[in-house]
Write a protein that binds this ligand. Structure first.
Ligand code: HEC
Ligand code: HEC
Length: 231
């Protein structure tokens, strides 16, 4: 598997003529040293759409931090899913949502992307998983997915401003997380990371106070999560 992964990385990062160019960045030097994520990133960040692609997923995760990092599912996810943007962890979405997300990525990898120009440039070196590999990736993402909870089934449902803040703010990018997913001690750090994600992905943050919109209140959300967290 290891050898196959390295061969794959060379295939995507070394289209004709590439080797003759001087390395454009530190990332490309790392790429040359065999780091698959750096190799892919060097490729898409050099595209004229690099900045857009960079912002799709924040750069929070290294392959080693994936669950079951040595599994085939993790290897395939790293091999295929960092070709256009940073690595998304399985815990980002719930199990019901992953198949449709992966299916949305497939035509892009197969050169049938709907964002013509963007995809054409990327397509130069991008590879698509086989049908069997696609199933392994989907099964892997679903196995370690976020557990889905319904807003109305959560504690304080429709009964507190904190519940309203939490359900508004935290369902913008993925399913609402279960407050019991983390301990009281862990939640402040997770919410702080999510605030960095919001800035990175250009979503609403608390800096602009618009009275017509629901207010993002970090302290209130953290307090809500800690109230209902695992001890
Ligand atoms: C050929 C380029 C390309 C590849 C390869 C690719 N993606 Fe994407 N991905 C995109 C683009 C473009 C977007 C932004 C538009 C969108 O969300 O559909 C995106 C967005 C995303 C998002 C954020 C949007 C959301 O619904 O949360 C996730 C998660 C994601 N991709 C997961 C994956 C996974 C998993 C794989 C591997 C199976 C993958 N991507 C491979 C191009 C790609
Ligand atoms: C701007 C989009 C965005 C918003 C809004 C958002 N998240 Fe996330 N969330 C992400 C991304 C991207 C990931 C995967 C990367 C990561 O874990 O940082 C993620 C992953 C998670 C995870 C799984 C990983 C873990 O550490 O358990 C949890 C739980 C989570 N978010 C909680 C929240 C909470 C609570 C809020 C509201 C305060 C929130 N998210 C708002 C983008 C967002």
């Amino acid at each position: 598997m290891r050898a196959c992964l390295i061969a794959f990385v060379l295939a995507v990062s070394a289209p004709a003529g590439w080797a003759a160019e001087p390395p454009a960045s530190k990332a490309e030097a790392q790429a040359a040293a065999g780091d698959p994520v750096a190799a892919a990133r060097a490729r898409w960040e050099r595209s004229p759409h690099g900045e857009v692609l960079r912002r799709i997923i924040p750069p929070n995760l290294t392959p080693a931090q994936l669950p079951e990092p040595q599994s085939r599912g993790a290897h395939l996810t790293v091999a295929y899913c960092v070709q256009c943007h940073n690595l998304a962890p399985p815990a980002m979405h719930d199990a019901d949502k992953w198949p449709s997300i992966v299916e949305r990525m497939l035509p892009r990898m197969q050169g049938r992307g709907n964002r013509g120009e963007l995809m054409q440039e990327l397509m130069a070196g991008v590879r698509a998983p086989s049908a069997e590999e696609t199933q392994v990736i989907i099964a892997y993402l679903r196995r370690h997915a976020q557990k889905r909870v319904e807003a109305d089934a959560l504690p304080e449902a429709n009964a507190s401003r904190a519940w309203a803040s939490f359900t508004h703010a935290c369902a913008q990018c993925h399913t609402l997380p279960d407050p019991r997913r983390h301990t009281r001690a862990a939640w402040p750090g997770v919410v702080a990371r999510m605030e960095r994600n919001m800035e990175w992905m250009n979503r609403v943050v608390g800096s602009k106070r618009d009275p017509r919109e629901p207010q993002y209140d970090s302290a209130e959300i953290v307090a809500y999560l800690r109230r209902h967290a695992r001890p």
